[in-house]
Design a protein around this ligand. Sequence first.
Ligand SMILES: [Zn+2]
Ligand SMILES: [Zn+2]
Length: 370
Amino acid sequence: MKRFIHAVYTLLLMLALLGTISTVRAAEPFEVHVLDVGQGQAVLIEADEHFMLIDGGGRSASSFVISYLKQHGVDELDYAVVSHYDEDHMSGIIGVLNVFPVNILLLPGYAGDGDLYQSLAVAALSNGCAILHPDTGMLLSLGTGQIDVVGPVRSDYPTDNNRSLGFRIGYGDTHVLVCGDAEQDSEIDMADSGQDLSADVYVADHHGSSTSSMDAFLESVNPAYAIISCGQDNGYGHPSMETLQRLQNRAISMFRTDDQGTIVACSDGTDIWFELPPSDNWAAGSGSVALEMEPVESETLITRQVNTEDADGQQNDAEFRYVCNTNTKKFHEPDCSSVEKIKEKNRLNTNLTRDELIAEGYEPCGNCKP
Ligand SMILES: [Zn+2]
Ligand SMILES: [Zn+2]
């Protein structure tokens, strides 16, 4: 009997061991990790066990980023990237440079200033990495994956956010787009440049702010999935209701780090999948009003064109309540004559109520008096 019990225990132990082995996740050849760094951004890209870290989050996330990389088997980085010299992107890279061997440090094409920038320069020097300010249009490789530098298209933007480096990274037939804090000027120029921006996964520019993820840009990227890196109660109101609405209008599946933590997308070069379902939390960040989100069939979500014509050539403009001009901060009835004059990049269709729009800082048009 004792021997039998011993045999059973041995069997159970073996099964338990097998169970442990089989639950260890086999890493996919291509993975995109949008780390939960709170307010900030850090994106780890893995292709064939080669690693690229685009931004490292802010100071408070630095040790988390380092331990996350270690846990995921990173012992050196092919590329570390500072998309632009804002604290919420740069600080974590300084920490990473102090811990991991880095082959190439990619920096934007302008010089930074201040103590933090000096710390970056010191960390880069002691790391021994090469430093490259990549030109837009440059091609780099990551394992068998390919990195296209897609932004910034111009170097004379007045704001650092618009000078963010932008990357389209491809592995097989699957692509991800990461453009730091690019805002509408840079986005529109990227879209107008004729570069291929199409991507399955779009890491939302500038934490989902209202001045990014503009329609003309989303049109070029045409993503199936958007991942928003934003902190809980971040004080900027990220993600904004405008951006959430634009994603929703295009029936883009949305993930958000403030609610779901670190988001991982996996690819075998053909298909893309996530470890968790998309978010159904379409509430804007604190300081903004929550969207009235009801699950809607995707056909009715595509309402971005005000004057879209349906099959009968009928004007089809009654699927949303109001049209906002995000530039003038006025809102209109969909049939107001002013609506036609709103530039597409400033036009936002919404189902928010009158009161909610006013709470968002919008004013009713004096002409159509919505
Ligand atoms: Zn940022
Ligand atoms: Zn920024």
